[in-house]
Design a protein around this ligand. Sequence first.
Ligand SMILES: Nc1nc2c(ncn2[C@@H]2O[C@H](COP(=O)(O)OP(=O)(O)OP(=O)(O)O)[C@@H](O)[C@H]2O)c(=O)[nH]1
Length: 377
Amino acid sequence: MFNKLKAKLSGFKDKIGSKIDEKAVAIESVEEIVEEIVESDEELESPVSISPSSQEVLEEKPEIPAEETRTDPKEESKTTKKFGFAQKAKALVFEREFILEEDDLEEPLWDLEMALLESDIALSVSEAIVNSVKSQLVGTRRRIGSNTGNIVEDALKNAIYDVMSANVFDLDEYVEKAEKPVHIVFIGINGTGKTTSIAKLSKRFKDQGMSVVVAAGDTFRAGAIDQLAIHADNIGVKIIKHQEQGDPAAVIYDAMQHAKAHNVDVVLSDTAGRMHTNINLMEQLKKVCRVAPPDLIIFVDEAVAGNDAVERAAQFNDAVPISGSILTKTDADSKGGAAISIAYITGKPILFLGMGQGYDDIRKFDPQWFVDQLFGE
Ligand SMILES: Nc1nc2c(ncn2[C@@H]2O[C@H](COP(=O)(O)OP(=O)(O)OP(=O)(O)O)[C@@H](O)[C@H]2O)c(=O)[nH]1
């Protein structure tokens, strides 16, 4: 997953890491070391070992408050047991520090932006990431340990996390608290994985102890109703269906009536795949939303479509405001562009990632997990 993007980010990290090494200068500083709190008399009598972080230790004896010397020995013992004190020493440490100027980063940042664009990350998102990395790295005096790569990695992680975590939304929490039945409509173009995602989420809700009905609102594509019926049968959830070419709004309305009559928790409505440019089908979608108003509209597209998926999400969002997206086929996506861009561009969060064809191959989206994947082994 995302292997090409990982390699590109790693290349940037190495480049800036070498630049930092080039610019870093050694500095000396005195550091106060406070050793562990001494808890008892016995420990007080034994010498306390100090392991300074560098060559020279400037000694400093433990300080005992003057009035303690006047107290009864038993009381003193109690006092030290109760409060203890810290063993202190000062060490002369050698560290390195650096300041990166804008000039130092100009070329690597340009390369980073190109790498992000080649990974199908939308232009405005690439710019946001590059600007964030720049503002984190340029101009501030920073001290470094031995690993310069961590400084760059942290800057990249922060930048990518920020663009991905727009309006994070917890679907499980929403469904748990919402008035039932919760109605979720799935939209998107053909073949991106709407039906499969409905099947995966049906199983997920069922595993959480909820009752689920699926509505076969894709009356347009031959075989779509049967496909959903097979999933429903495999998972053990009820399906509401009409004839092919029937009115999807009527099917979905019936599914909601059934759910209300039988205290069903969640209704997941399939719809026919459509291009956002197909005016008739978009009108049909609006009709579905009028007749059986959804609590949530989830846009489904495939991660492998990259920028196209992001543009489609934005256009669908203009037609019928989406609540969030599911990106499918991330198991086959080496670029990661759609996953990184879609929340930033639509202002609506990614809710789940499809990661395979099995019913359990769905993962609740967590931007931190995603960012960690990009820098993991
Ligand atoms: N590798 C992989 N394949 C997936 C994933 N999600 C769906 N698919 C496959 O993508 C193909 C299309 O999935 P569907 O669920 O039929 O797509 P759809 O959007 O309902 O298609 P239409 O009914 O034509 O609108 C199927 O072969 C799925 O098994 C995924 O996360 N990973």
